[in-house]
Design a protein around this ligand. Structure first.
Ligand code: UDP
Length: 402
């Protein structure tokens, strides 16, 4: 029913058309909006007509972030369904986003990262021969099954993009190894650092989270997030049991766990960790509350990508509960350690670092290898230069970029 209908557009709240160029920005999940909010702000500052589209791939998780990061959505594709699959999400975005592209006819589509929204958005733009800018390009784990399906999503987007905004030099090299032309790659840093820094300037947690921090004063606070598809099942069960046993054995510890709403996480979390002393199962937190908990933590345990990028700025030690990571820069910076396969290493690392906290104490705020807080300005300056060239202003010649 919806498929051939252009989704309703909100009144144009932020139209500023002096540049004469229209950039469409697409996101659908929490990390995407965190990383794209500073870019949207900068595009508007530079007078681009900016159309913001949300796929709402993760509707509930996304909402508080739109508010906190002051992002207004022009088109909402409303693709989320109960028990959705990547294929279903992809199919719905392809058809619904195509209607928006037809109506808006942007000069550039910006996508971020490696979600199904990113892949589907890039495909829809590619099919209309609209140039694509890919932010956070060049992340690679080297294993197409992990993270799943993200590693394949980002590889495919690299095949379609016109401009590749890589966060680090390592990401640039990964793209070069896949024969992406060097003149299309720009090392800009990751705008998550821009968002993080902006948030930290005025960080004010909600009364509930402030109270939680106060009431656990003096305890070694462990902060956990886990939600990745490849962690579902026995990996997650084993990890949660290891953490539960650790907290139960050490009375001066406590656990904060904002539980992802996916039943593969929620049900297991309640079964293994529910009703235990000093274990706090929380609803997913808005950005300010989560950052406040990160700052208050003794140690973070997470399979998240964004958390690996935030830990260096916050100077917080992080155990990455994954078999591999596409972000070895944080390990090299001395901030994170990779657990690798099986529950054994997690137990050992928790016990070791509880007994001898040399590493934990050594972790300090370091220069963030993923960005310096000015990534959005760099990305938009490059877009400005590229779109301003005479060739780019002619649609026919834009087509030749592919
Ligand atoms: N985050 C948050 N509240 C939470 C959990 C995470 O604000 O309850 C933030 C976190 O700071 C990071 C981002 O969400 O910036 C990570 O999102 P997620 O782990 O869903 O995705 P990934 O980064 O793994 O793609």
């Amino acid at each position: 029913m919806f498929d051939n209908v252009i989704p309703e557009k909100r009144p144009p709240a932020h139209m500023a058309m002096d540049s004469g160029m229209k950039v469409l920005v697409l996101f659908g999940t929490r990390p995407e909006v965190i990383k794209l909010a500073p870019v949207i702000r900068e595009l508007r500052k530079k007078q681009f007509e900016t159309v913001v589209v949300s796929s709402s791939q993760h509707k509930q998780l996304l909402k508080p972030f739109l508010k906190a990061l002051d992002v207004e959505v022009d088109f909402d594709l409303k693709v989320m369904t109960k028990d959705q699959s990547p294929t279903g999400v992809c199919a719905r975005i392809l058809s619904r986003f195509d209607s928006v592209l037809e109506a808006e006819s942007p000069d550039l589509v910006l996508v971020q990262g490696d979600t199904t929204t990113t892949l589907a958005g890039a495909m829809a733009a590619f099919n209309r021969r609209i140039p694509i800018g890919h932010i956070e390009a060049g992340l690679r784990s080297g294993n197409i099954m992990s993270p799943f399906p993200e590693e394949m999503n980002r590889r495919l987007v690299s095949q379609m993009a016109t401009f590749h905004f890589a966060a680090t030099e390592k990401n640039r090299r990964s793209l070069l190894e896949e024969n992406v032309p060097s003149e299309k790659i720009f090392v800009t840093g990751n705008p998550i650092v821009d968002s993080l820094r902006t948030m930290l300037k005025t960080l004010s947690p909600s009364p509930d989270i402030a109270e939680l921090i106060k009431s656990t004063e003096g305890k070694k606070r462990l902060l956990l997030t886990t939600h990745r598809r490849e962690s579902f099942g026995s990996t997650m069960t084993e990890n949660l049991k290891v953490i539960r046993d650790f907290i139960e054995r050490r009375r001066n510890t406590c656990l904060f766990f904002p539980v992802h709403p996916n039943p593969n996480v929620k049900d297991v979390a309640e079964e293994i960790l529910g009703g235990k002393e000093r274990i706090y199962l929380l609803e997913p937190l808005d950005y300010a509350d989560f950052l406040a908990l990160m700052k208050s933590s003794w140690l973070i345990v997470s399979d998240s990508g964004g958390v690996q990028e935030e830990a260096p700025t916050l100077g917080k030690p992080l155990l990455v509960i994954r078999e591999n990571t596409e972000r070895p820069e944080a390990i090299r910076a001395g901030v994170s350690k990779l657990i690798g396969p099986g529950p054994g290493p997690l137990k050992n690392l928790l016990d070791e670092n509880y007994s001898v906290d040399t590493w934990i104490k050594s972790v300090r705020e370091v220069e963030n290898p993923f960005g310096d807080g000015r990534s959005a300005a760099r990305i938009v300056r490059i877009i400005e230069e590229k779109l301003a060239t005479k060739e780019m202003q002619t649609r026919n010649i834009q087509r030749s970029l592919f």
